[in-house]
Design a protein around this ligand. Structure first.
Ligand code: FES
Length: 158
C-alpha cells in the first residue's frame, strides 16, 4: 500500500510540474492574441487588456459616464445590438445588453435614472438593467463592470 501511495504522489507531482511549465505560456499567448483580434474590431477609443474593455472617462465620447444617471452605448463585434454602460453612483458603473428580453427591441439610453424600451410596449429598467415595469419578465443581460479611478472596465462580453 505504501508503494502504491508513493507512485500516486510521484505521478501527481510530475503532472503538477508539467502544468506549471505549460500553463503560463499558453495563457499568455491566448490572452495576447485574443486581445489583439478583438481590438482590431473595436472603436478606436476603446482599449482592451486581458479580456477587459477599457473606457477612459476623460475622452469626450465617454464623458456621460462621469454623471450619475447617464450612460453610453457601445457597439461591439459579435453583438447584434450595442451594450449599454451606465453610471449608477459615484462609485459604481453597470454594463448590460440593450436587447429587451420581451421581444428583442433595443433599450434606449437612460433618462431620469431609468431606461425605456424603444418598442413602445412599456418596458422600463433601472440603471443596473433590472426590470422595473413589464412586459419584460427578466432583467437585461448583465456584464461584469467596475470603476477604476478615471477608467471604466467591462469584461468583454464576446
Ligand atoms: S420589446 Fe421591450 S417591452 Fe416589448
Amino acid at each position: 500500500m505504501a508503494d502504491h501511495d508513493m507512485d500516486r504522489r510521484e505521478f501527481l507531482a510530475g503532472s503538477a510540474t508539467l502544468l506549471v511549465m505549460v500553463t503560463p505560456l499558453s495563457l499568455l499567448i491566448t490572452s495576447c492574441s485574443s486581445d489583439s483580434a478583438i481590438k482590431a474590431k473595436l472603436p478606436a477609443e476603446v482599449g482592451i487588456k486581458n479580456g477587459w474593455l477599457i473606457l477612459d472617462l476623460a475622452q469626450p465620447r465617454f464623458r456621460p459616464l462621469t454623471l450619475v444617471g447617464d450612460g453610453v452605448k457601445l457597439e461591439l463585434p459579435a453583438r447584434p445590438k450595442p451594450i449599454i454602460v451606465t453610471r449608477v453612483s459615484p462609485s459604481e458603473v453597470a454594463a448590460f445588453s440593450s436587447i429587451c428580453p420581451h421581444a428583442g427591441y433595443e433599450v434606449l439610453l437612460p433618462e431620469g435614472g431609468k431606461l425605456m424600451c424603444g418598442s413602445g410596449h412599456g418596458g422600463l429598467f433601472d440603471l443596473r438593467g433590472t426590470v422595473l415595469h413589464g412586459p419584460p419578465k427578466s432583467n437585461l443581460e448583465r456584464f461584469e463592470a467596475r470603476l477604476d479611478q478615471n477608467l471604466t472596465l467591462i469584461r468583454y462580453p464576446g
